[in-house]
Design a protein. Structure first.
Ligand code: NAG
Ligand code: NAG
Ligand code: NAG
Ligand code: NAG
Length: 235
């Protein structure tokens, strides 16, 4: 009985290894989507045919790049990929039909599939692409001119994707996020603009910490703020 349990464990570990994790690309960068196929080193590459496709938002297949008759065939290429793709025919002899996707956009997220045919075989391989973008250094604004002796602290940041996790801590390190207000709005590229504020009564000296996290990128920005109340000098 014990033997059987061990065998099952090994099988599930092997199955687990087959699932490839998504490829994470930075917004605006170039990325290589990997695709390999069995190719005997001594056989020619003249009959290699490569088609890279992905499903668009309506679920229909869109051509990302295709190559046959020893040249790029881009008549059917999706408009969004125009001038942004490259494959490497000199690598076919090594069984490499990888795709270079340039100037990555948020809309590029999704599953890409390569279909490769040569004299020996037809193979199909998929890659999931995930796009991320770091947030810029947050900038701080505060407003002391307001009513009722309250102080408004505002942090803003932009350019990040996906949306961020925001946290505020007080001097004692307690979470006061529920006393803050945060908005995250997508700009024209789909990246987020963040505005996060806290309002508190100006009665004592305080320290706050603002924390912005983009977990997909493991980006964590921590900004401490100290508010010192000066008693106006009396004349
Ligand atoms: C692709 O590049 C060609 C040549 O530089 C240019 O004429 C064309 O406008 C570009 N197309 C797009 C969609 O960027
Ligand atoms: C395939 O070719 C591309 C472009 O030269 C390269 O970046 C990539 O590392 C190659 N992949 C493999 C598996 O050799
Ligand atoms: C959060 O706001 C509530 C209601 O205004 C207030 O009672 C509480 O003291 C505030 N908490 C912190 C930690 O500032
Ligand atoms: C705040 O800190 C300043 C400078 O350390 C000090 O002069 C002032 O008395 C403090 N005010 C309060 C309300 O604690």
């Amino acid at each position: 009985m014990k033997k059987l349990v061990t065998v099952l464990y090994v099988v599930s570990a092997l199955l687990g290894a087959v699932v490839s994790s998504p490829l994470v690309a930075l917004y605006g960068s170039d990325v290589i989507l990997s695709c390999t196929f069995p190719h005997k080193p001594d056989s020619g590459t003249r009959r290699v045919m490569v088609v890279w496709q992905r499903k668009d938002s309506s679920g229909s297949d869109q051509v990302v790049h295709s190559y046959y008759y020893q040249r790029d065939q881009l008549d059917q290429q999706g408009e969004a990929y125009r001038n942004r793709t490259q494959i490497f025919p000199e690598e076919f002899c090594k069984g490499n039909a990888s795709l270079k996707l340039m100037r990555v956009r948020l809309e590029d997220e999704g599953r890409y599939t390569c279909y490769v045919g040569n004299e020996q075989d037809n193979v199909e391989h998929s890659v999931d692409l995930v796009v991320t973008a770091p947030y810029v250094e947050p900038s701080l604004n505060f407003d002391l001119s307001n009513q009722d002796d309250h102080i408004l602290l505002v942090f803003t940041s932009s350019g990040g994707y996906p949306s961020a996790t925001i946290q505020w801590l007080n001097e004692a390190g307690n979470d006061i996020t529920e006393n803050s207000t945060t908005t995250q709005l997508a700009d024209e590229t789909g990246r987020f603009q963040i505005r996060s504020e806290v309002v508190f009564p100006a009665v004592e000296n305080l320290s706050y910490t603002f924390i912005l996290e983009n977990r997909a990128l493991q980006q964590r920005i921590t900004r401490p703020v100290s508010v010192t109340l000066e008693t106006p000098a009396t004349l």
